[in-house]
Structures are given as structure tokens and as C-alpha cells.
Ligand binder design. Structure first.
Ligand SMILES: [Zn+2]
Length: 241
């Protein structure tokens, strides 16, 4: 069955479906819901217009971001607003619980590691920031899994569970804490420290850090209060920013 998908980006139809080799039929895609289309059009008419010159310059000249920010996918983290980030300034990666896995060049598919490689070796970002947060569902899941209270996360088929295995060593460091809320909150910060440590297992990160070309920063934010803490290695603790 012939299907034509056309684009008028360049004011002429570009057929990317039909008889082209490798064409994948996609019958499930729908038009944007009105609330999203309306928001886009409002942005295009206002904020885009204000920044159009800057965005055209970025489109022409490419990006030179100052910072790779690794944050949680949690919708409550307004990462760009927190730092007043303009287009072109931050290279952003978000995943469950803002984790960096250990370096593993095994030929497998490693999305987070690909982002780090590109940001460091292609874009030469001078700063890498890992941002943890209060009430992290991923960290909570890891906590419960490690205590044997979340059997579904222990299944081989659980992507979240296997992803959160990376934080199991962190749980070992906090499991002695009696108060549960304190234990989980501490594990959120342990996740940041563990991610900073895992960043140093990437040879191209470690060499640049040791040469003073890249600096690593660990942060934790309280969503409700808007407070921010940073890891101070001299104190071995998170301190207010
Ligand atoms: Zn989270």
C-alpha cells in the first residue's frame, strides 16, 4: 500500500514514505492535541520572535555550550529555569534519577554514555553538572528494591530496576540510617556522588578533569523549597549554594 508523507518545510512536498527502501509504516501518529499546538503557536509568536536573531545565529554557527547538565526526567525539575538558561548554553541529558552509569565499552547501547562522549569530546564542555532532587521516584524505587520491598523492580524485564542497579552501592552506604525519610534523602545525594565517581571512569572525562579542562559539580535541589545544595569534597557533605 502506498503512503506518502510530505513536508512543506521547504515549500515543496518531500516524500519520505511510499516506495523508499526501509520505509516503516506508521499508522499510530496523531496530530498534536490542541493544548500543545496552541502553546507552540503562542511561543512562536512571542518568545521565539524575541530571540529569533540569536537562534538564527546559533543555527548558522552551531553550539558551544558551557555546561553538560545531567538531571532527572522528573517533570517537577525546571532545570533550565533554575539557571536562567538561554538556547545554546546548556547541553542537557535527563534520565531516571540523574544517574551516570560506569564506563562500559562493551559494544552495547548506552544512551547516557553517548551524551557524555559527545558533550566532552565533540563540544568540549568545560563543566559537567549532576543535579539530584528531593522526592525522586527512581531513587525511592532503588531503595525499596534493595530492601526487598519491590519485587517487580527485581524482574529482569524491568528497565527501571536494571537501570537503578547502578545505585545499589549507594544504598549499601546509607542502609544503616534508621529514619526512613533521612535514609532515602541521603540516597538521593549518594546517587549524585556515585554519578560523579562514575564520570571519572570514562577515560576521556578523567583525562580532561586531571588536566583542569573539565570540572565536575554535584547538586541536589529541594523541589518544594527551591533550595540548592552542592557537594563539597573537603567536607564530604552537601552544603547550601
Ligand atoms: Zn528523580
Amino acid at each position: 500500500m502506498y503512503r506518502a508523507i510530505t513536508s512543506r518545510i521547504f515549500n515543496e512536498p518531500v516524500v519520505i514514505g511510499g516506495e523508499n527502501e526501509g520505509y516503516i509504516a506508521m499508522d499510530h501518529a496523531k496530530s498534536l492535541p490542541d493544548f500543545l499546538a496552541d502553546r507552540y503557536r503562542a511561543w512562536k509568536d512571542t518568545k521565539y520572535e524575541e530571540k529569533a536573531d540569536h537562534l538564527r545565529t546559533l543555527a548558522r554557527d552551531g553550539q558551544t555550550p558551557s555546561t553538560l547538565l545531567i538531571a532527572c526526567s522528573d517533570s517537577r525539575i525546571h532545570a533550565f529555569a533554575m539557571f536562567g538558561v538561554e538556547p545554546g548554553e546548556f547541553f542537557l541529558h535527563r534520565n531516571i534519577a540523574n544517574l551516570v552509569p560506569a564506563y562500559e565499552a562493551d559494544g552495547g547501547v548506552h544512551g547516557t554514555s553517548a551524551v557524555i562522549e559527545y558533550a566532552v569530546t565533540a563540544l568540549n564542555v568545560p563543566h559537567i553538572v549532576v543535579l539530584g532532587h528531593s522526592g525522586c521516584g527512581g531513587v525511592r524505587g532503588c531503595h525499596d528494591m534493595c530492601r526487598g520491598d519491590a519485587p517487580a523492580l527485581e524482574e529482569k524485564t524491568s528497565f527501571v530496576g536494571r537501570w537503578m542497579d547502578a545505585l545499589r552501592p549507594g544504598y549499601e552506604r546509607v542502609k544503616h540510617i534508621e529514619d526512613e525519610a533521612t535514609r532515602v534523602s541521603t540516597l538521593e545525594r549518594e546517587g549524585v556522588i556515585q554519578s560523579l565517581g562514575n564520570l571519572m571512569t570514562f577515560p576521556f572525562v578523567a583525562s580532561r578533569v586531571n588536566a583542569g579542562e573539565v570540572s565536575l559539580h554535584g547538586l541536589w535541589t529541594d523541589i518544594g523549597e527551591g533550595t540548592l545544595e552542592q557537594y563539597d569534597p573537603s567536607q564530604g557533605a552537601f552544603v547550601p549554594v
